[in-house]
Design a binder for this molecule. Structure first.
Ligand SMILES: [Zn+2]
Ligand SMILES: [Zn+2]
Ligand SMILES: [Zn+2]
Length: 653
């Protein structure tokens, strides 16, 4: 939700948010529209109607560049259009209309691919740098060691066998009685056993670290294209229940092994004791891919705790050299843990790069009919693989829209795309209109312009100033020009509607919005009505008129409409500060309750409601006064029937 702050937004902030949100909505509509156009092009290709297909692809590309100043078009959607348009034009179909720039289609497609993958490669490179830094630090630490042999061998010489019991008790104190057997030192009773254990554990850590590093680096060195095929079968779009493991996933197993020794994994304990099936364990392991997944469980390993204990206890008993080496060793262990986490991120970045490569490849696939010799359930049909909640890795499976059709499905798909195209073309037009309208209001909102809109009227070029008219498409005209247009149009054939001189889109005369940014007139200042609080002049104007209505008729009922909840919040704040009891209707919650208290309780004189949810099922004639508070576009037709509408313009705040 946008209005989640406690402090009500001021008008400038409201405008910014509305503009941002409208942009996002326009972008969403455009995405579906482009999808429909790309789909329709494919249908035409299936029917071998080449020039129609070309036309649709061209429209996608044109629409993308046309709106580039307001919002971005999905780069993979553009890639799809560029790639397929190029393919069509170079297929040798006769008499396809050529256009400027046709020779650059492939180059543009390649650029998009390159840029798309570049973001992933950059992340891989960054992650690699982190890992190299960690490894260098570890190497440097190792070089500062005083002795060739391990420090704990020397340190243990200062103790008897009873030290083993001591450190063993220390470790066991963390276990419940029934779990003591899981302790690393459970069977260790002598110094020599402890030595052997420490030695083998440290060797294992070293070995596992090496294979993790080598594994990830070898993965980073191969061309992602080489591992893609196996990755598709393994984890991107598996078609078998038990798919063969790809190289990327195989290397992840090295992390699991290393992690178990480098850290004390608390959840691992559960795995072993509750006797979960192998399948669940597998899924769990895969779920641990993200560095964050197990963070809470990355405790100190028991080996590390033994070494730390030994280090502390031997402080006064060993030489300076031994003690310094112990400190270095502890730092190395810390470094290895950091390095481990960064290597896992590094691996994840490579994983994502391969997925990105797959996305780019899939993006160029065009909807087509199944070849006669092709199997009925092709690879694209998603097999439900063993999957559990919180399973990050498998969630990454790319959802591929079905792109192979049966013959009889073609017209069905075409119908779907056609209706989507109509709906979202219209949706986009409305959103772009609102956007333009809001951006215009925003310009006049800037204090530097003194509430005047510096934009020129597109017809007469004089600045729009304090008063202008907005058509549904969002184009604005000065009062003088809009009067000329409406007078001309009424004489014309299309009664009651004007065609925008800029884009030809029709707007009913009654749907034209008039914006007035003038500050409240001098007459208002002489009014006996006093408005409390530091409100924007827009809000102040609403409150002032409402106070005046209340002075005339204490029980007068007032409806305040706005297209946006944020605007209503600002007004609600102003009403509250001036002691005007109100109810606000939001969709759903307590809608009926608030509505009936507005109706039945005489002291509640104002009802604030969003124009989209409010008008339905509400008898507007109940209220003597209706406020339409801008920014508002396309007021619902019912509202026009109400006699006394206070049409409020946007003013500077
Ligand atoms: Zn895999
Ligand atoms: Zn004009
Ligand atoms: Zn227009």
């Amino acid at each position: 939700k946008l209005s989640s702050q406690n402090r009500p937004l001021n008008m400038v902030e409201v405008m910014e948010r509305l503009v941002e949100r409208t942009k996002m909505q326009a972008e969403d509509s455009h995405r579906i529209l482009v999808k429909a156009r790309n789909g329709l092009a494919a249908v035409h290709v299936i029917r071998e109607e080449w020039s129609e297909a070309v036309q649709h692809y061209r429209e996608v590309l044109q629409s993308a560049s046309e709106h580039a100043h307001q919002f971005k078009t999905d780069s993979l959607q553009r890639l799809h259009a560029l790639h397929n348009l190029h393919e069509l034009l170079s297929a040798g179909h006769s008499e396809l209309p050529q256009a400027i720039g046709d020779t650059e289609l492939q180059e543009q497609a390649n650029q998009i691919k390159h840029r798309y993958l570049q973001q992933y490669s950059n992340k891989v490179a960054d992650a690699r740098k982190e890992c190299d830094e960690n490894s260098n630090q570890i190497t440097q630490l190792e070089e500062t060691r005083n002795m060739k042999s391990d420090w704990w061998l020397a340190a243990l010489q200062a103790f008897q066998d009873d030290f083993v019991a001591e450190v063993r008790d220390e470790l066991l104190s963390k276990y419940s009685r029934f779990e003591e057997h899981k302790c690393l030192l459970y069977h260790v009773t002598s110094k020599s056993q402890l030595k052997t254990m420490l030695q083998s554990r440290n060797k294992m850590l070293h070995r596992q670290r090496q294979s993790m590093m080598k594994g990830v680096q070898s993965l980073a060195d191969v061309d992602p294209k080489e591992v893609l095929e196996a990755a598709i079968d393994c984890h991107l779009r598996p078609t078998e229940r038990e798919p063969p493991q790809c190289k990327i996933c195989a290397i992840h197993d090295l992390f699991e092994d290393f992690e178990k020794n480098l850290f004390f994994m608390t959840d691992q304990k559960h795995d072993r004791t509750t006797g979960v099936s192998q399948e669940t364990a597998d899924v769990k392991e895969k779920a641990q891919v993200k560095a964050t997944a197990r963070k809470g469980n990355w405790g100190q390993s028991e080996v590390e705790r033994v070494l730390k204990y030994l280090q502390t206890r031997s402080l006064s008993k060993v030489s300076q050299d031994v003690y310094e080496d112990a400190q270095t060793h502890m730092k190395v262990l810390e470094g290895m843990k950091k390095e481990f986490k960064n290597y896992r991120i590094y691996w994840r970045c490579i994983f994502d790069l391969v997925s990105g490569l797959d996305e780019v490849n899939m993006a160029t696939l065009r909807l087509r009919v199944r070849y006669p010799d092709e199997e009925i359930s092709p690879k694209t049909k998603k097999i439900k693989k063993k999957k559990k909640e919180g399973d990050n890795l498998l969630d990454n499976q790319i959802e591929v829209p079905k792109y192979i059709l049966e013959d009889h499905e073609v017209s069905q798909e075409e119908l779907k795309f056609k209706s989507e195209k109509i709906v979202y073309e219209n949706e986009l037009r409305v959103k772009l209109g609102q956007l333009l309208y809001l951006q215009n209001l925003q310009k006049s909102n800037k204090s530097s312009t003194g509430g005047k809109n510096p934009e020129p009227c597109p017809i007469c070029q004089s600045p729009l100033g304090e008063e202008w008219a907005v058509l549904l498409c969002g184009h604005c005209f000065c009062r003088h020009c809009i009067n000329l247009i409406t007078t001309n149009m009424v004489i014309g054939l299309k009664r009651g509607a004007v065609n925008c001189p800029m884009c030809r889109q029709p707007t009913m005369v009654r749907d034209i919005s008039y914006v007035d940014t003038k500050a409240p007139s001098v007459q208002d200042e002489e009014d006996d009505v006093k408005v409390v609080g530091s409100l924007s002049s827009k809000t102040e104007e609403v409150v002032r008129v409402m106070l005046r209505i209340k002075a005339d008729d204490p029980n007068a009922k007032v409806l305040v409409f706005s297209s946006w909840n944020e605007v209503l919040d600002v007004i609600a704040d102003g009403l509250a500060q001036n002691g005007i009891p109100y109810r606000m209707l939001h969709k759903g919650k307590k809608f009926q309750l608030h509505l009936s208290s507005f109706r039945s309780r005489s002291e509640i004189t104002a009802l604030l409601l969003p124009i989209t949810s409010g008008a339905n099922g509400l008898n507007l004639t109940e209220a003597g006064h209706v406020f339409l508070v801008d920014p508002l576009l396309n007021p619902a037709a019912e509202l026009q029937a109400v006699g006394r509408i206070h049409r409020m313009g946007q003013t500077k705040s």
